[in-house]
Design a protein around this ligand. Structure first.
Ligand code: ADP
Ligand code: MG
Length: 351
């Protein structure tokens, strides 16, 4: 299936959504953006809950605008899965099912066999969301829309259900739009990510592109690019350019830049930390020396702030725990920071 939006727009008083052009094939598009940016509006227009002011929505060439909700074959799962409280889980799923054997099939798939005879108020949040998902899938939708379905759940359950959704989505060959305001969920589930800002799509790309090649400072901040510096392009060569910020010069692979005032963007996951005396490793990488100013243990990694150029700039690095422990890092440690040329992204925009 192919879902195609062209010049789709909708205004709510002060808020203008679109015009948006977007094509979603049989893939998961994670829709990421701050609260109030228009994520729910996008889904509501596709589902037929809201009517666009202009534009087209086509599913395999068939026009959806003007079709009532029930004729669209679009399934939607909300933040709190709006189940019928007086019906059991089984009845909730069966109510929507196109065929009776779908109930058994879906409850096995979503591990609901043990709770089918219970009513929603007696289920945990995670179970309720699984029932809501089963009920939506029971309608055999051609498009699946999910609006922050995990955001009301506790962290451990959220993570488990997220992993389950990942496998489930692989087995569904339909366009899936998954709305979240959490960058990690978007990266984990999305084949592509669409970043929404003030009713417009700011960037659509693979998770690694959006993370390491953000199109704007807004995208960079929203995807955890904490290292943003104002820089000047000083040299352009066939295979890259040199950029300066403060007294530091970096060689980058960025090409085709017309601007000379740029934002230098380096994702903390791409910054490597080594002892100050080591000189081997990647010789083409940019190296600067610095001092550890702060660190924070975030569980699966350490976030380390390193002051460079006598404290005029701070670089943040994500350091894996074995590396952190091997280097015995502490506040005041002298370190060497390695940044591969291709990990320095230049945004032709400054603040
Ligand atoms: P998000 O889901 O990204 O948090 P929404 O799409 O829900 O954002 O809302 C975007 C903007 O549109 C908000 O300013 C919101 O108040 C407005 N809005 C959404 N739905 C309606 C509506 N039915 N009537 C009036 N304003 C609305
Ligand atoms: Mg919303």
């Amino acid at each position: 299936m192919t879902l195609e939006l062209s010049r789709l727009s909708k205004s709510y008083g002060q808020f203008d959504f679109g015009p948006v052009d977007l094509t979603v094939d049989d893939e998961v598009l994670a829709v990421l953006g701050p609260s109030g940016s228009g994520k729910t509006t996008l889904l509501s227009l596709i589902a037929g809950i809201a009517t666009p002011d202009s534009g087209l929505i086509r599913l395999d060439g068939r026009e959806l605008v003007g079709l009532p909700l029930e004729d669209r074959q679009v399934g939607m799962v909300f933040q709190e899965g709006a189940l019928f409280p007086h019906m059991t889980a089984r009845e909730n799923i069966a109510y929507a099912a196109t065929a009776s054997d779908r109930v058994d099939e879906l409850s096995t798939l979503l591990e609901l066999d043990g709770v089918l005879d219970r009513k929603p108020p007696t289920l945990s949040g995670g179970e309720r969301q699984r029932v809501a998902l089963a009920r939506t899938l029971a309608t055999e939708p051609d498009v699946l829309l999910l609006d922050e379905p995990l955001s009301s759940l506790d962290a451990p359950i959220r993570k488990r259900l997220r992993d389950e959704l990942h496998s489930l989505f692989e087995s569904l060959e339909i366009p899936i739009l998954y709305v979240t305001h959490d960058q990690r969920t978007a990266t984990a589930l999305g084949d592509r990510i669409a970043i929404v800002r003030d009713g417009d799509l700011e960037q659509v790309g693979t998770p690694s592109t959006v993370l390491t090649r953000p199109a704007s400072r807004f995208v960079a901040r929203f995807t955890g690019n904490e290292n943003l510096f104002e820089g000047t392009v000083t040299d352009r060569t066939a295979d890259g350019s040199r950029v300066r910020f403060g007294d530091t010069q970096f060689q980058t692979t960025a090409s085709n830049l017309s601007a000379s005032a740029v934002t230098v963007c380096i994702h903390p996951s791409r910054v490597e930390v080594e002892p100050s005396y080591v000189a081997d490793g990647d010789r083409t990488a940019n190296r600067v020396t610095g001092t550890v100013a702060r660190w924070l243990n975030e569980g699966s990694e350490y976030r380390v702030d390193i002051e460079i150029e006598a404290g005029s700039h701070t670089l943040t690095a994500n350091v894996r725990p074995p590396t952190f422990e091997r280097l015995a890092l502490e506040v005041g440690s002298e370190v060497q920071v390695l940044i591969p040329q291709e990990s320095i992204h230049l945004i032709p925009e400054v603040e």
